[in-house]
Structures are given as C-alpha cells and as structure tokens.
Design a protein around this ligand. Structure first.
Ligand code: ASN
Ligand code: ZN
Length: 318
C-alpha cells in the first residue's frame, strides 16, 4: 500500500527495486539469539505449498491448533537439548531460525526435513495420527538439519542409515532430556504416539529391539535388523536407510544402558562429538564404530569399554 512504499523510499537501508523479503526470509534474517530459539510455525491447511500461513511466531501464545502448538513445543525442546547438553545454538550452531509447517497435504502419512524446514502431515487417521504428536519425531526431523550442517552424511546405503540412526538417536534424546529421563527409564521408541488405535504395534521404530515395533496386516512387519548378520541389501528406501538404521540404533542403546545415567551426558556426547568432528559424508558403519570408540576412549575407560562392547553386540567390526 501507499504507506509501505513511502517507507521503502525513505528508509536508506532499502534500495529501490530490491524485492521485499518473504515471511520466511524475514524470519531467517532476524537477529540471532544465543539464549533462546527462534521458531516460526506455519499452517499448510492441507495444501502442499510451503511454508503456508504463519500461525505462531517466537514468543507468541498458544494457538487453538494442537498440531501447531506441538510443533512449537517440540522445536523448543529440541533447541534446548542441543543448547543445554552440547552447547549448540540451533541446527547450524549460529542460531538458525527453526521453521515448521503443519497440516501438510491431506491425510499425509509422514514428516520430513526439506533441507531448510520441518514438514508434518496429519496422518490418514486409520494407521497414522498427526506426526507432531511424538516429540522424538520432531527431534528426528530437526536432527536431519544438524547432520546437514555437520557430517553431511550421504542419504544412501550405510552412510544414509547412519544419517537416519543419528536422527533417531537425537530424537529420542530430545524426549529423554525433556522428561529428565535416564537411559534405563527411556522407552527408546520413535513415534509411539502417532499409531492410530487398532494398529498392531508400539511405534514406528524400536531402537532397543529393532524389528519388533509393529506387525500389522496394513503395515507389514517392522523390517529393521538388530545385527549385521541380518543387514538388508536393497535398492528400496535409498538402500534401506530406514531399515539398516536399526543396527547403529541398537549399538547406541546398548552403550547407553551399560553406562547408565542420562544418555545425553554419556554416549550422546560421544555421538555428538563424532557427528561434529572429523567425519566424512560417505562414512560406513565400521568407520563410524571406529570413530565413536576413539571418542569414547578419550572420555574414560568405562565409556571406551561400553562403546566397544555395543558395536560388538550388533556385529560391527571397527
Ligand atoms: N520421516 C522420514 C525421515 O525423516 C521422511 C523421509 O524418508 N525423508 O526420515
Ligand atoms: Zn529421517
């Protein structure tokens, strides 16, 4: 309108002809805090156009929409885990704004990180409920952003399964940290709250007992292996990235349970140091095992033994 144009002409920081920023760009360009997250939740209202309408910006009160509030809280809990446990300021460690869209598509049975924001479907209501219901799923999607800004693990084969496993690990740690839960008290389930009533299963994945999360005629049986002997060779799912992630998932849990206490303080710190350290994008299971064992050795003998035993327990030879 006329007032806006006048403002742009008189504001010396705005050059004539420069395009106005979109809501997401304005948000990303906003001052970056080191003390608090910067969240923006959008509503796609069942469209597949991103990001949709901004419904809750940082510091604003809850809306009437449970999905928007779950996303806002889950993004906050994820930011808090990375800040408090690992002194990391958001996904890029530079206070990157955390952007999410809810109600993506109609009956959309998934959630994903698209390279710059989180996207959550409502589920079809028959098999899956809304994907914001599980805090570990929110943490999982955001952890894809952390991996993107750090190790950059290629999303195929073993490096892809490590990428997926790291998202499950930090997703579960978000839940444990928010609940102040020890490794022994944790359920190590991913997506326990989003299976619809009547589905024969407990969750999308079980990190402690991969392959046992569900067995339902509509979903089939959980395909995750728990040991290298059962590693799945497939071209589907980028070489089974959501399947073979069961193996490193179980290694993490075994080490966390052997060490006891809060997993984010023990083996979580080891995994974080490896993720943000000298790791290559094509890292395979054996190399990742060797890196975590070396990082564990630098902590103390007990951690070293626990991490070594854990990889042995899933049949990965460093
Ligand atoms: N929910 C899945 C994930 O984050 C979506 C995907 O396959 N990219 O791994
Ligand atoms: Zn994932």
């Amino acid at each position: 309108d006329e007032a806006m144009r006048a403002d742009r002409r008189t504001d010396p920081s705005v050059r004539i002809g420069e395009p106005t920023l979109t809501a997401v760009e304005q948000h990303a360009a906003a001052p970056r805090s080191t003390e608090a997250p910067s969240r923006a939740i959008h509503d796609c209202a069942t469209s597949r156009t991103l990001p949709g309408t901004l419904v809750r910006a940082e510091g604003e009160k809850p809306t009437k929409d449970a999905a928007a509030n779950e996303a806002y809280d889950g993004l906050g809990d994820t930011w808090t885990l990375f800040k408090e446990a690992f002194d990391r300021n958001s996904l890029d460690d530079r206070g990157l704004a955390m952007v999410a869209s809810v109600h993506y598509g109609t009956g959309y049975d998934n959630a994903f990180w698209n390279g710059s924001q989180m996207v959550f479907g409502d589920g079809d209501g028959e098999i899956f409920l809304g994907f914001t219901r599980s805090i570990d799923v929110i943490g999982h999607e955001l952890a894809h952003g952390v991996t993107q800004y750090t190790a950059g693990l290629n999303y195929e084969g073993q490096s892809g399964a490590l990428n997926e496993s790291i998202s499950d690990v930090f997703g579960s740690l978000v839940k444990q940290h928010a609940a102040d839960q020890s490794a022994a008290a944790a359920d190590w389930l991913i997506g326990a709250d989003l299976l619809a009533p009547g589905v024969k299963g407990r969750a999308l994945r079980d990190m402690h007992h991969p392959g046992t999360a569900y067995d339902d005629p509509r979903l089939g049986k959980d395909p995750q292996p728990a040991h290298m002997d059962d590693f799945v060779e497939t071209t589907a799912d980028n070489g089974g990235v959501h399947i073979n992630s069961g193996i490193p998932n179980r290694a993490f849990v075994l080490a966390a349970l052997e060490l006891g206490g809060n997993a984010w303080e023990s083996v979580g710190q080891v995994w974080y140091d490896v993720l943000t350290g000298d790791i290559k994008a094509d890292c395979d299971f054996a190399t990742f095992a060797a890196l975590t064992i070396a990082a564990a050795k630098a902590v103390d003998a007990e951690t070293h033994t626990a991490v070594s035993n854990a990889w042995q327990g899933v049949g990965v030879d460093p």
